[in-house]
Design a protein around this ligand. Structure first.
Ligand code: FES
Ligand code: FES
Length: 166
């Protein structure tokens, strides 16, 4: 006779219907209510550009735009995105061309291993798209929640400045 699984090993039988606009495409899905938004994006929608590092809201690698504001997708559930719009790093390049910020990252050598890059880009993109003028100190403040293990922060600031001024 088998033993009942402890509660944390039981599979949830409850699935929740969600409708989420992702990169201008509407996705209808049935999701486990415990599913993280980052896992939904990577595993269900197959948008693997969103990286997962710490899974506890510390590193910023998983940053996406939620209704055009940067959020850490490892600290949100997919069900919380129901009825909302999400943009991932895959939305940035259009018609075969890099976004202005992506091109600046390339030109200014603002990535080394590239693991933090999607999160950096999604944190900085609203600032670049808004066209506002920012000091280097304000750029550093904007990315203060995004960790780069390769520590290439100066080039990231330079690339952002280049995109803002370009
Ligand atoms: S993976 Fe989400 S903040 Fe680190
Ligand atoms: S480029 Fe390697 S973690 Fe930032």
């Amino acid at each position: 006779m088998g033993c009942a699984k402890p509660p944390n090993e039981r599979e949830s039988k409850i699935m929740v219907k969600v409708t989420i606009e992702i990169n201008d495409v509407v996705h209808d899905a049935d999701v486990d209510p415990r599913l993280l938004l980052c896992d939904f994006l990577r595993h269900d929608v197959r948008l693997t550009g969103t990286h997962v590092g710490c899974e506890q809201g510390s590193c910023g690698a998983c940053t996406v735009l939620f209704d055009e504001l940067p959020v850490r997708s490892c600290t949100m559930l997919a069900v919380q995105a129901d009825g909302h719009a999400v943009r991932t790093v895959e939305s940035l390049a259009r018609d075969g061309g890099l976004s202005k910020l992506q091109q600046s990252f390339t030109d200014c050598h603002a990535l080394q291993c590239g693991f933090c890059t999607p999160g950096m880009l999604m944190t900085l993109t609203p600032l670049v798209e808004s066209g506002q003028r920012l000091s280097d100190a304000e750029i550093r403040e904007a990315i203060s929640g995004n960790l780069c293990r390769c520590t290439g922060y100066q080039q990231i600031v330079d690339a952002t400045r280049h995109a803002l001024d370009g």
